[in-house]
Ligand binder design. Structure first.
Ligand code: FES
Ligand SMILES: [Fe+2]
Length: 443
């Protein structure tokens, strides 16, 4: 394998996978031409997470986001269906939504006042008669629709490629892990209020790696673990107190807990670990009800195991410290915007909701005790990748314990991973992501 940067558009040289080896060339984080290719071949053709249905319940409720670098918005239709459009006025391209989310049955462009209905039809053009000496045919200036929009259990995805395979097929075995979050309430799940957005001076794939990387937790999050286990020690024994605890002490003793990692088809990655204190989980109060509906085994996965579910290429569903959705938006080869939301079961008790939000703030907020440490680590990895003496990232940890196919825990959930690993402190799940990344770049 080459020890210098591979040529721009030959993705084969970026991965070294000789027997017993899995290395990724650090130029994957740095090369602007490669980034352009990713925008076209990955973000231009994959299913990309757009929003959760609970954010757009009413007719005209919208969420603005991006697919790759392309601005889009998702909007609820009068008949209850969901459509998404490129967020660009047909006149001279101005982005149409003033905020990241809102409600507008008619969207009026702030630049020159053209207006669009929620279904994308242009319904008003100011000084309409003055164009071309006659009125513009309004039907010819409708908003451009995102060709494919599909929902899995409340999670809304879009794809710019009309010929993409169905969403269900793309998610595959990841659906069983998404279910562990989506099925936490018979009344459904809801995104909690508030915006949580921050920037990272690093390549977007570093966040994909970090989201499923169990190896960094004991080092990067040691300060989180130490501070919160001290705080936990100050709590009393009142009725709500178990839920107020954080399990942070586990971070300091990760080597002693049962955990695992899976590589799924299509580049999705799973990492899980057994909780030391399931009664600290806000969902614990619903245990009996959930077991009656879903059975003990699925509820064991839901409550007794924390999970990170990383969906190719830029979505994380995290049910460890709290329940979090995270996406990372590529802006440039070395700049990424990250947004997170807290997802909660509808109908949980006030005490559980309070505990969930506090835990979310502890770990997932931009100014939490964990996220700034992650961002510093990822920015450091990006900066260090510029050093020319070492050009390969060796993702070897856990290779000796990795097995092909399902382990017992995966079989209990009815999934068949490509590989399983008995330790969350492993790097083997990255193989699936990078192979899918390469496959799409080459396609
Ligand atoms: S850019 Fe929207 S009305 Fe001109
Ligand atoms: Fe982290």
């Amino acid at each position: 394998m080459p020890d210098t940067a591979p040529s721009e558009f030959d993705p084969t040289g970026y991965i070294d996978e000789r027997p017993g080896v899995f290395r990724v060339h650090r130029s994957v984080f740095l090369d602007p031409a490669l980034f352009e290719r990713e925008m076209e071949r990955i973000f231009g053709r994959s299913w990309i997470y757009l929003c959760h249905e609970s954010q757009i319940r009413a007719h005209g409720a919208y969420v603005a986001t991006t697919i790759g670098r392309q601005p889009v918005f998702v909007i609820r239709q009068a008949d209850g269906s969901i459509k998404a459009f490129l967020n660009a006025c047909a006149h001279r391209g101005a982005a149409l939504t003033a905020r990241r989310s809102g409600t507008a049955r008619t969207i009026t462009c702030r630049y020159h006042g053209w207006s669009y209905a929620a279904d994308g039809r242009c319904v008003m053009i100011r000084a309409e008669e003055g164009f071309h000496g006659s009125a513009i045919e309004r039907a010819s200036v409708s908003l451009a629709a995102v060709p494919r929009v599909a929902t899995y259990k409340g999670f809304v995805f879009g794809c710019l490629d009309a010929a993409v395979d169905p969403l269900d097929e793309f998610l595959g075995d990841a659906r069983a892990f998404i279910d562990l979050m989506a099925d936490q309430s018979e009344q459904g799940m809801e995104i909690l209020k508030g915006e949580s957005v921050y920037m990272m001076r690093a390549n977007w794939k570093l966040q994909t790696e970090n989201s499923t990387d169990g190896y960094h937790v004991a080092t990067v999050h040691r300060s989180f673990g130490t501070a919160l286990s001290f705080r936990d020690s100050l709590l009393g024994t009142g009725a709500d107190d178990p839920m107020k605890k954080t399990e942070a002490a586990r971070i300091l003793t990760l080597d002693k807990i049962v955990s695992g990692a899976y590589t799924l088809r299509n580049g999705h990655m799973i990492n899980w670990s057994t909780r030391g204190m399931p009664e600290a989980v806000p969902l614990h109060e619903r245990r009996a009800r959930l077991e009656a509906v879903h059975g003990a085994e699925k509820v064991r996965w839901m409550i007794d195991r924390g999970r990170t579910v990383t969906i190719f290429p830029n979505l994380l569903l995290n049910d460890m410290a709290s329940t979090c959705i995270r996406i990372w938006r590529p802006i440039a080869v070395d700049l990424t915007e990250i947004e997170t939301w807290c997802l909660a079961p509808i109908g949980e008790s006030a005490a559980a909701r309070r505990a969930r939000i506090r835990k979310y703030e502890d770990f997932f907020f931009p100014a939490s005790l964990a996220v700034p440490d992650d961002v510093a680590a990822m920015e450091g990895a990006h900066a260090g990748s510029q050093a020319s003496a070492h050009v390969w990232n060796d993702l070897a940890l856990g290779r000796a314990t990795m097995i092909a196919g399902a382990d017992e825990a995966a079989r209990a959930l009815g999934v068949e991973p490509l590989t399983s690993n008995p330790g969350r402190e492993s790097e083997t799940a990255f193989d699936g992501f990078y192979r899918e990344w390469r496959r799409r770049l080459a396609s």
